[in-house]
Design a binder for this molecule. Structure first.
Ligand code: NAD
Ligand code: GLY
Length: 365
């Protein structure tokens, strides 16, 4: 097991990464949970696989333990789920000294973080991310949130955990499509801050896809990039915006497909393809770089995305993006290896033409 200090927020926190950490989860968490009332927010599929391993040991160490099962899927990152979790916390008399433990992917992490940050104005939370995407990205950095109506992450807070436990063995039960989706965010980190990640993904494609490579390195690289950026801009007013590379399109696509066609990481991969095309059309990146990015993404995402995009609907959805200024849509544009810029003044015509081209090239249906 390795312990890494994450220096974000008022209090730095520890991130533990290794294998078989769940085997000993009660002693790893004991200083934070013993004699406390603990409320677990857990993904339904994760509960099926890990109930014996996690819930039972936690029961031995706490003064009270209940849990809420979040139904799987982005659609459930909703106000309805939030409300019903709140009701359970109130019914079971959880208080300011209680601790929430979030166990699942980014959906559960974002939801549980939002619950923890708002219940009684904030109670402690510990994240146990169980998808590769949550391990490389969403479990650190403090963004919490839920989708509202058609809008992605429209309601949320910044709120940091007490600590994070990454047991990479949990990935053994993660289905292939869910596992591969994470490479959308991993490629994002490579594009914005570390070209060697992209070379590594290209070289070791078979090993990554067959999961025959140790993932600690790539997880830690992504986390360290995120930490370094979030340390400089915790609340997304400046440099943190670059972590949204590909996300203006991705969030719009998720919203127009009612959060039900693509996993978030797949939408990010598609967003990275379209935004690279946009940069290429604007002559901001070379043809070689554009082709390299395209080839890599298409390799990890089997060449095709099971979604067709309605150009007008996508543009309308992007108008509501949180990063926007005035009436312009804000994009993070790649400028080449490890270089990006925030851009607000791209004409709607150029955006629409790029979406049309992308739709013809990458989508089926
Ligand atoms: P997810 O939480 O929906 O999980 C994907 C699927 O995997 C679900 O069906 C879940 O039931 C299943 N699952 C989870 N762990 C499993 C395991 N160990 N074994 C078997 N099945 C398992 O999706 P995700 O990709 O983890 O997260 C996406 C979410 O994260 C999006 O809502 C996105 O907006 C958010 N996100 C947040 C941040 C942030 O900084 N807060 C960053 C990136 C993404
Ligand atoms: N996922 C983007 C961020 O954390 O800022």
């Amino acid at each position: 097991m390795k312990e890494v200090k994450i220096s974000i927020g008022k209090e730095p926190y520890s991130l533990y990464i290794g294998t078989n950490l769940l085997e000993d989860i009660d002693s790893l968490l004991s200083s934070h949970i013993s004699e406390k009332s603990v409320f677990v927010i857990i993904d339904e599929n994760v509960l099926n696989y890990y109930e014996e391993k996690i819930i039972k040991p936690l029961k031995n160490n706490t003064s009270k333990l209940s849990y809420y099962i979040v139904q799987s899927g982005e659609k459930n990152k909703s106000i309805k789920t939030y409300q019903s979790i709140m009701e359970k916390l109130i019914d079971n008399k959880y208080n300011r000294n209680s601790v929430i433990i979030a166990i699942g992917g980014g959906v559960v992490g974002d939801m549980a973080g939002f619950v923890a940050s708002t219940y009684m104005r904030g109670i402690d939370i510990i994240h146990i991310p169980t998808t590769l995407l949550a391990q490389v990205d969403s479990s650190i950095g403090g963004k919490t949130g839920i989708n509202y109506s058609r809008f992605k992450n429209l309601i949320g807070t910044f709120y940091h955990p007490k600590f994070v436990v990454i047991d990479t063995n949990t990935l053994n039960t993660l289905p292939n499509r869910e596992y591969k989706a994470a490479f959308g965010e991993i490629i994002k980190y490579g594009m914005l801050a570390d070209y060697t990640i992209l070379l590594d993904l290209e070289k070791n494609f078979e090993e990554y896809i067959s999961r025959s490579i140790n993932l600690d390195n790539i997880i830690l690289k992504c986390i360290q990039i995120k930490e370094e950026i979030v340390m400089r801009d915790e609340t997304d007013l400046g440099v943190r915006k670059i972590l949204n590379l590909g996300h203006t399109f991705a969030h719009g696509i998720e919203s127009t497909t009612e959060f039900s066609k693509l996993f978030h990481g797949e939408a990010v991969a598609l967003g990275l393809l379209i935004v690279s095309k946009l940069s290429f059309n604007l002559k901001l990146i070379t043809e070689d770089y554009y082709k390299f990015i395209h080839k890599l993404i298409k390799k990890y995402f089997n060449n095709i995305f099971p979604v067709s995009i309605n150009t007008d609907e996508l543009v309308n959805a992007m108008v509501m993006d949180k990063k926007n200024k005035c009436n312009d849509i804000t994009f993070i544009l790649p400028l080449g290896k490890e270089k990006t810029k925030v851009c607000n003044n791209i004409s709607i015509e150029t955006i629409k033409n790029t979406i049309l081209e992308a739709n013809n090239e990458y989508s089926c249906k």
